[in-house]
Design a protein around this ligand. Structure first.
Ligand code: PEP
Ligand code: MN
Length: 633
């Protein structure tokens, strides 16, 4: 039952109501609402809406229409995010779990783990208790296998997933495992489901061989009703009349599950197809369909594997698949982040922690600004982002080690480079370790009672006025007041509390200050993007990189710049940006800022770096990093 409480209900009355419900063994979930307080109430005693509406404080009671309650979207409209160590499942980063079907021996397991970790897997799979169709097949190594999995976690930082086949394994699961898998054959083993509900660790619940989606969700309800709502659903193919593939992958389960529940769903293309060549095409389709992740069998010597060899990918195939997913994910608003675990471990154990605990990440501006948003995009929602008053301060704190990382804008697609930051990059001894590109949407933000007619003054950043020129030119009487950034413009308008004043800023800034968007998307050109770079004292991230930034100058002789470009042309290196900036101490002499599509930190490219240095008078290598994805608002 969903209970909408009376508007403005006092806290004590709500507590009283919850106590009454708890006394009858109802499980209560509070649902976040903007204006209303909503409770989801689930229990064994079946009562109709009229009963609940009689209770003091209840304005309305709406029955949950589905047989599963805690699992349903009705009770929990926002998607759930499941946390497993540093990894979050259900957010905008694709989570790929990879590893062998079964843990076979220590060396092989560690080899596979290192290989999949290098390609971007963030969690490791491997069965220690194998539910095999034949009693004569390999049954798994039991506790010895779990110990090997623990070693994998210690060495690689990947959390481990393994199957639990019996209640008697509960203690072992508690001790060794990060995610407990319930296999397809056990989907309706209700005692096992209740047990993993009580263990409280995240559960990966596979769909039964011939289970309907409703049956699958009813099984999920068993786990949630024990108080464990960390469940990841896994579609692994169902039995149909088709025998060509091992099972038939039901990809429609992805949008159906997303519609019916708040829980994340991942796809297992290995058991779904049973055939190595079919695994990657189905994995690609799964991500395109909106799945939150994949669980894939990978083996270094699949021909010798003790189980499921024919469906296990070779590491090279897995690597190629991850590259394909990197390209596909942004189409559905997600990303494959090769540096996922690295970023998390840097934030957890900052490399400069010697002289006290440094700030994780600094940016210039206030919460709600685009720099803030870029920081969250790059590091994930958990990051501790702290704001500073200026770009210079950001550079100085990172250089001195007070902060581990900084994030600053360097370029806008409409108005060009942010020269101050290019100059600061030259001045400071820092490296670029990453980038993010944000689509910038500007909104006209004001008070509840403000109308376009009542506006007299607009606050924003001068560059933003430029970007919204066409819209502003329709209102020539408006006074434009410059501010440091858009978020502080919004804050100022909120504080002044004058209905004649408005600001131009982001949706986040509007939300933070609880104001109203009067007009959406007023930028002249919607193809408005800002590129941010992440700076640090050292090249922290060793995940694959494909871009390099340089600053250099050449002698004042004919063809000097051409000589440097010739090197790039001959080495087939794509130049994606070249900009000249005046050298402050030498009038009419210039520095070139270049972005190249190559990783110049790699050993095999050392020669290119040397050749460029040779042709340059001044040369500064800013760093190699992974090309950032573009994030739409
Ligand atoms: C497995 O993941 O190795 C497995 C046995 O899967 P399923 O339960 O989907 O058959
Ligand atoms: Mn298997």
């Amino acid at each position: 039952m969903i209970l909408i409480l009376s508007k403005g209900i006092f806290r004590e009355d709500k507590e009283q109501l919850m106590q009454t419900l708890r006394a009858e063994d109802y499980l209560i979930k509070e649902i976040e609402g903007v204006e209303e307080t909503i409770l989801g109430v689930v229990g064994k005693i079946q009562r109709d809406a009229a009963y609940f509406e009689m209770l003091p404080g209840v304005a309305k009671a709406i029955p949950i229409s589905k047989p599963y309650k805690l699992v349903s979207r009705e009770l929990h409209p926002k998607p759930s995010i499941i946390r497993v160590g540093d990894v979050t499942i259900g957010g905008d980063r694709i989570v790929v779990i990879a590893g062998p079907c079964g843990v076979e021996d220590r060396k092989r397991t560690l080899d596979i783990a290192r290989a999949v970790r290098k390609c971007g897997a963030v969690l490791f799979r491997g069965g220690a208790f194998k539910p095999r169709t034949s009693p004569y097949s390999f049954q798994g190594l039991g506790e010895e296998g779990l110990k090997i999995l623990s070693e994998v976690r210690d060495e690689t930082g990947m959390g481990v997933v393994t199957e639990m086949t019996s209640i008697s394994q509960a203690d072992l699961m508690m001790k060794y495992v990060d995610i407990v898998q319930i296999g397809a054959r056990n989907m309706q083993n209700f005692e096992l489901l209740k047990c993993v509900g009580r263990i409280g660790k995240p559960v990966l619940l596979k769909r039964g061989l011939s289970a309907t989606i409703e049956e699958w969700l009813m099984s999920t309800e068993y786990i949630l009703s024990e108080g464990n709502d960390q469940v990841i659903l896994c579609e692994r193919g169902i039995r149909t009349f088709e025998r060509y593939t091992r099972n038939t992958l039901d990809l429609t389960a992805v949008p159906v599950i997303k519609k019916l529940t708040h829980l994340p769903i991942i796809i297992d293309p290995s058991h779904a197809t049973g055939i190595r060549e079919m695994v990657s095409p189905m994995a690609r389709a799964a991500i395109a369909s909106g799945a939150d992740g994949l669980i894939i069998e990978v083996h270094t010597e699949p021909e010798k594997a003790l189980s499921d060899g024919p469906q296990s990918l070779y590491p090279a195939q897995f690597e190629q698949l991850m590259r394909d997913l990197y390209v596909i994910a942004p189409v559905v608003g997600k990303q494959v982040d090769y540096a996922y675990l690295e970023k998390a471990s840097i934030l957890r154990c900052p490399p400069d922690a010697a002289g006290g605990v440094p700030t994780q990440v600094v940016y210039a501006g206030v919460p709600g600004s685009f720099s803030h948003k870029a920081g969250v995009q790059f590091f994930g929602p958990e990051v501790d982002l702290q704001n500073r008053a200026s770009f210079r301060e950001v550079f100085e704190e990172v250089e001195s080690g007070k902060a581990v990382l900084g994030i600053v804008p360097v370029e806008n697609s409409l108005t060009g480079s942010i020269h101050e930051n290019y100059d600061l990059l030259l001045e400071h001894d820092l490296k670029i370790v990453g980038e993010v590109t944000l689509r910038i949407k500007h909104h006209l933000i004001g008070h509840e009672n403000t109308t376009l007619e009542s506006i007299e003054r607009v606050y924003s950043h001068p560059q933003v006025f430029q970007q919204c020129r066409e819209f502003l030119s329709q209102h020539p009487t408006w006074d434009l007041v410059s501010c440091k950034d858009t978020a502080s413009a919004v804050r100022r308008v909120q504080e002044n509390n004058d209905p004649r004043e408005v600001a131009i800023g982001s949706e986040e800034a509007c939300e933070l200050s609880q104001m109203k968007i009067l007009k959406e998307g007023i930028e002249t050109n919607p193809r408005n993007f800002t590129r941010f770079v992440v700076i640090s004292r050292t090249e922290l991230l060793s995940a694959p990189r494909n871009k390099t930034s340089l600053i250099y100058s050449v002698s004042d002789t004919p063809g000097a710049l051409y000589e440097t470009l010739k090197i790039l042309a001959e080495k087939h290196i794509n130049l994606v940006k070249l900009e000249s900036r005046p050298i402050h101490s030498k009038p009419w002499e210039y520095l070139f800022y270049a972005d190249l599509e190559v990783d110049l930190s790699r050993e095999e490219n050392a020669q290119v770096l040397e050749m460029l240095k040779e042709k340059a008078e001044f040369f500064k290598y800013l760093g190699s990093y992974a090309k950032g994805r573009t994030v739409e608002e």
